[in-house]
Design a protein around this ligand. Structure first.
Ligand code: BGC
Length: 496
């Protein structure tokens, strides 16, 4: 569907507007409407700048592969950190006992308890508690954030029901999913390199996050031990692998984005010291930092410049849930300012950064009604505007251009990882069933995004090979995965 529209009012009319521009400058505009740039031309430019034809996704996939190799060669060798996870063996299914998981990653924080019953009984019982992270903690101090985690954990541990059983005298063990770039120093320690996803907590970067949690647990009187520190991608891979041996890659597409995969240790030149007996280890790519060849619009550049981490996480900023709505909002504000979309005045509410969220643009894209009624009411609620049908159509086109680019680039990234693995182990990826475990709200809830992603994978791999690549949702796998890794790395004797 394409909209050749100009919503500029009739030639020769004067208008005056006293609303702020997207850049925060007060604006008093007086213009002949005939001079107003047409919304249609802004839309066309957006679509062109966002376009991801075959050569673009091919280039992104190949650059992803090259950056992976450079990051495996030497620390700092590329934008991709290619972090060693110290997870050398994945769950076997034999894990038994009561384990805990903590999940700190995006907008929510979760505590989970899991009773594992071994090969026969698998996951016997789970219970969890989920809280949204108070906004002020995202900008507070390290102590405040970790005290919040530890006190939630204390409350959670107190409410244990009968079906969860811990042998007498045994300390509770936790798999801690911490979904930010951490340079792991062992399976149960790692230094935070930087915050992402809008977090700007002071005093954590450069510190061991397990030590931060231990100190907070001590302050809160919680007697628990972190036995595995894992990224959410690694937890997802472990959780999905527990059910399916063909899982080799895991991808998170939620507030933020990242991917990990199973790598051969002899393909990691930067790996020092003893190699794992399995000859394999999981690599956390931190692909959110990738940037080569990504088509960017002026709206992306402005959003990046205004972010708390300008110039960083460019892949994440074009494909993940935290940003898609904001890019669309910026495009709509420009259309309102320069093309009078929504009438003479720029809607004040729409000028607020992050007012339009990715779930809003997703909901708008699900509207199949003739008059796009749901689009109209979302625009009313979010932007405070009454919209015409042609304006609603333009809004949907804006969302679609941005989401299409996001899904296709994510698909290209996945192909980049798979082709790297295939190049090093011919026939072990493309000629057999290989599963990519996916999780995150964006992937789970946005059908158009999922299908654009799949389209790009099929285009790049061809229809025969892509039949072997199963891209599968693994819902909330990272919590169970972290508990499983806590079991694998338990300090107590176990018979699995
Ligand atoms: C973080 C990753 C994380 C991803 C998904 C990114 O912002 O850097 O560590 O895996 O978000 O949660």
């Amino acid at each position: 569907m394409s909209v050749a529209a100009t919503t500029s009012p009739a030639v020769g009319t004067l208008y005056v507007s006293r609303f702020p521009t997207s850049r925060g400058m007060p604006r008093v505009t007086m213009a002949l409407r005939s001079n107003v740039i047409s919304v249609g031309s802004i839309l066309t430019k957006l679509q062109q700048d966002c376009a991801t034809p075959f050569p673009v996704i091919r280039h992104v996939a190949d650059s992803m592969t090259a950056d992976m190799r450079a990051g495996l060669a030497v620390d700092g060798g590329s934008n991709l950190k290619m972090i060693l996870s110290y997870v050398d063996s994945l769950p076997s299914g034999n894990e038994k006992g009561l384990f805990y998981a903590l999940d700190l990653g995006g907008t929510n924080f979760r505590a989970l308890r899991v009773q594992l019953g071994g090969k026969e009984d698998r996951v016997v019982a789970t219970e969890f508690e989920q809280l949204s992270i108070p906004q002020e903690l995202m900008f507070g101090t390290s102590e405040e954030l970790f005290d919040f985690i530890a006190s939630t954990l204390a409350g959670f541990a107190e409410k244990e029901s009968e079906k969860f059983h811990l042998p007498h005298g045994r300390q509770r063990e936790i798999g801690f999913t911490f979904s930010f770039p951490v340079k792991q120093t062992s399976i149960d320690s790692g230094i935070l390199m930087k915050w992402t996803k809008g977090f700007a907590v002071s005093g954590t970067a450069g510190r061991d996050v397990v030590a931060c949690l231990n100190e907070a647990m001590e302050r809160q009187g919680v007697d628990m031990r972190v036995s595995a520190l894992v990224n959410d991608t690694v937890g997802t891979l472990a959780g999905a692998r527990y059910w399916d041996d063909d899982v080799l890659v895991a991808v998170i597409l939620g507030t933020g984005t990242n991917a990990c995969y199973v790598e051969r240790t002899d393909c990691i030149p930067k790996l020092q010291g003893p190699r794992s007996s399995s000859g394999r280890t999981i690599i956390n790519t931190e692909w959110g930092a990738f940037s080569d060849g990504i088509p960017l619009t002026v709206f992306d550049r402005d959003m990046d410049a205004a972010s708390i981490n300008p110039g960083e996480q460019i892949f994440e900023k074009t494909i993940s849930g935290m940003y898609l709505g904001e890019i669309a909002r910026r495009a709509l504000v420009t259309m309102a300012e320069e093309g009078s979309l929504f009438g003479m005045a720029v809607p004040n509410k729409l000028s607020t950064p992050f007012a339009l969220r990715t779930p809003d643009i997703c909901a708008m894209q699900q509207d199949n009604s003739d008059d796009l009624q749901a689009v109209g009411s979302i625009l009313h609620n979010v932007a405070g505007v009454e919209s015409s049908l042609s304006e609603r159509r333009i809004v949907v086109e804006v969302c679609d251009a941005i989401v299409r680019r996001g899904g296709r680039l994510a698909g290209a990234g996945i192909v980049g990882i798979l082709q790297k693995m295939e190049q090093d182990s011919k026939g072990t990826i493309f000629n057999k069933r290989t599963v990519v475990a996916m999780d995150g709200g964006l992937y789970e809830h946005y059908p158009q995004y999922r299908s654009y992603l799949q389209d790009a994978v099929t285009e790049l791999l061809g229809s025969d090979t892509s039949k072997n690549i199963v891209i599968e949702h693994s819902k909330d796998g990272s919590g169970i995965g972290a508990a499983l890794l806590a079991a694998t790395n338990s300090k107590y004797d176990h018979d699995f």
